[in-house]
Design a binder for this molecule. Structure first.
Ligand code: COA
Length: 266
């Protein structure tokens, strides 16, 4: 994917500094390629050194300014350090994207307390730690700070078989809406993007491709296909660019209409 997959002007995010968790693969990777193609500088914070370094090298080859730090979002001190590294490297932080997530399918009655805690720690607590660490820098942003967190419609409906992840995502959405109000006076816009099934992600590969359910699942999407990582990157670009200047506290569902076909078929 390149910037040519985006309809935005090539300078729409010129010199914006993006701090993204888990940005080396999947939706995060597609997002940084779109935002970087629009002139943003990318800082990836994620767990695996070899994976983030490979991503930085790929992005650099695309002409995108990119850097990274190893960071497990479950560790608030590690998050503080990664944010400080980003600010030292680029001189600020304008856009925070809370994308890192952990999940596994498990019937709730069989889920251990540590299994529950692990997913809540990564998804919900990690998002809070990042928002907390980024806040003074977002407030100081000359462009107006932006926060975008990745959620899912299954956070609102409940997620049978992954109740821990559904509960974490519902918590993230509530946090985004609280911050949208608390941080509005600081010029910071806070939103969520809820992707449907996106091709080339661990979730879709594990849940639908490897189990032979691809056709069944695409038939449940009104638009008849899985989304692309660029579909999500472009939604985030909208929220982070001046096009989204009057949008805060929104959960933008980017799922090809899947949530409504579930309703129609029930
Ligand atoms: N079913 C049931 N319980 C599971 C599980 C599964 N498939 N996977 C992990 N757990 C439980 C473990 O048993 C452990 O609990 P316990 O101590 O009571 O046994 C707890 O979760 C922590 O597991 P652990 O493997 O030590 O955690 P981790 O930090 O190494 O990894 C994840 C946690 C969520 C990141 C891991 O499951 C993972 O790598 N998932 C795939 C990647 C992913 O989630 N991508 C995002 C897709 S949206």
């Amino acid at each position: 994917m390149t910037a040519s997959d985006t309809p935005f002007s090539p300078n729409a995010l010129k010199d914006r500094i993006v701090f993204i968790t888990g940005g080396a693969t999947g939706i995060g990777r597609g997002t940084v390629e779109v935002l970087g193609g629009l002139g943003a500088k990318i800082f990836i914070a994620s767990r695996k050194q070899d994976v983030i370094e490979a991503a930085v090298s790929d992005l650099t080859a695309l002409g995108i300014d990119a850097a990274c730090a190893v960071c497990d979002v479950r560790d608030p001190d590690a998050v503080e350090r990664a944010v400080a590294e980003c600010v030292e490297w680029y001189g600020g932080l304008d856009i925070l994207i809370n994308n890192a997530a952990g999940n596994f399918p498990c019937p709730t009655a069989e889920l251990s307390p540590n299994g529950w805690k692990t997913v809540i720690d990564i998804d919900l607590n990690g998002t809070f730690y990042c928002c907390r660490a980024a806040y003074p820098h977002l407030k100081a942003s000359e462009h107006g700070g932006r926060v975008v967190s990745i959620t899912t419609s299954l956070g609102r409906s409940g997620w049978p078989g992954a109740a821990h992840a559904g509960a974490a995502k519902a918590g993230i959405l509530s946090l985004m809406r609280a911050l949208a109000v608390e941080w509005a006076p600081d010029g910071i816009l806070v939103n969520a993007v809820a992707p449907g099934p996106i091709a080339g992600t661990v979730g879709v590969d594990k849940l639908y491709i490897e189990t032979g359910r691809e056709k069944e699942m695409t038939s449940r999407v009104a638009l008849g296909r899985f989304g692309t990582t660029a579909d999500i990157g472009n939604a985030i670009a909208y929220l982070c660019s001046s096009a989204g200047n009057y949008v805060t506290g929104l959960e933008m569902v980017v799922d090809g209409g899947r949530q409504w076909t579930f309703t129609a078929n029930s």
